[in-house]
Design a protein around this ligand. Structure first.
Ligand code: AMP
Ligand code: ZN
Ligand code: FE
Ligand code: FE
Length: 278
């Protein structure tokens, strides 16, 4: 018999994952997961397709999203969980992010052209999928197709990563305003992959903000790393979440379910979701 495992961090083709929402639910069932939250970048579009299939396959779901934010110039990803999916606040915020990305992606294309690597929007935008969150991984894949780079990693390391020659920051939303907004939408806020937060000072400032949880279990964390984050969570009374950050082919060595939370943690979030949705 399978024991209860829930992956609370994964991406679909609605953002920069390569698995469709429906295929992701099938994969979750095949991987022996009992619970799931899809956390696409700046989008909750995946739930439309995913929820009915999840109900059929007995995968329990709670709402989720991963917002890109900036705190004092440092890029921070915040996960929102357990908000009612029909809440207009999250929908509006996702739309604002789409506009931000459109402008930022155009800035990146201008820079790439200047560096002798022309790419057109048609090279990475699927006209049949207008609401897809387009990010740098899509641009990186177009660069691979054109032969400019050998891998997504290579594209980030040489050109698209923060501070690299073709990077463009674009507009940004602060961590604080994003936290307020998720709370107004009746959701919970979790600091995503805290090990990627560049400075200790930034992380401390985030922990002083009104966050509800911290992602303590993340694909390929060592036991020591898990302990570091669970200790912080215990001290601050934060919910300990976890997930794989599955992206499909885009990050091929990270399988769905490679990091997860147990039933107790899942039920805490699920209870909040049920209460917020009624
Ligand atoms: P964007 O959302 O457009 O700012 O792009 C950031 C996304 O690109 C992250 O959420 C990751 O999924 C991915 N990413 C960031 N850094 C790298 C990297 N070095 N290699 C591959 N993917 C990356
Ligand atoms: Zn991503
Ligand atoms: Fe992230
Ligand atoms: Fe993610």
């Amino acid at each position: 018999m399978n024991f209860f495992r829930a992956d609370l961090h994964c991406h679909t083709t609605c953002s920069d994952g390569s698995t469709t929402p429906i295929d992701l639910i099938h994969l979750a069932a095949k991987s022996g997961l009992s619970g799931l939250s899809i956390t696409d970048h700046d989008s909750i579009e995946a739930y439309k397709g995913a929820l009915p299939v999840a109900a059929q396959l007995n995968i329990e779901m709670i709402s989720g999203v991963e917002f890109s934010t900036v705190h004092q110039g440092v890029s921070i990803h915040l996960l929102g969980y357990a908000f009612p999916l029909e809440n207009p606040i999250i929908h509006e915020f996702c739309k604002k992010h789409q506009q931000r990305r459109e402008n930022r992606n155009r800035d990146i294309l201008v820079r790439l052209a200047k560096h002798g690597m022309p790419i057109a929007e048609e090279d990475f935008i699927d006209p049949a999928h207008k609401e897809q969150t387009i990010g740098r991984p899509h641009i990186a894949q177009a660069m691979i197709k054109k032969g400019y780079v050998s891998s997504v990693k290579d594209a980030f390391r040489k050109y698209l990563g923060e501070g690299r020659s073709c990077y463009a920051p674009g507009e940004s939303f602060s961590s604080e305003e994003t936290i307020d907004l998720i709370h107004k939408a009746k959701g919970l806020v979790v600091i995503a992959h805290p090990h990627l937060v560049d400075h200790a000072k930034t992380l401390n400032e985030l922990l002083e903000m009104n966050v509800d949880g911290i992602e303590c279990f993340y694909a390929r964390f060592s036991t020591d790393a898990n302990r570091r984050w669970t200790k912080i969570a215990e001290k601050k009374g934060l919910i300990m979440t976890g997930g794989s950050d599955y992206h499909g082919n885009i990050k091929p060595n990270i399988p769905l379910g490679s990091s997860w939370v147990n039933e107790d943690i899942f039920r805490v979030l699920q209870k909040h979701y049920q209460q917020s949705s009624h």
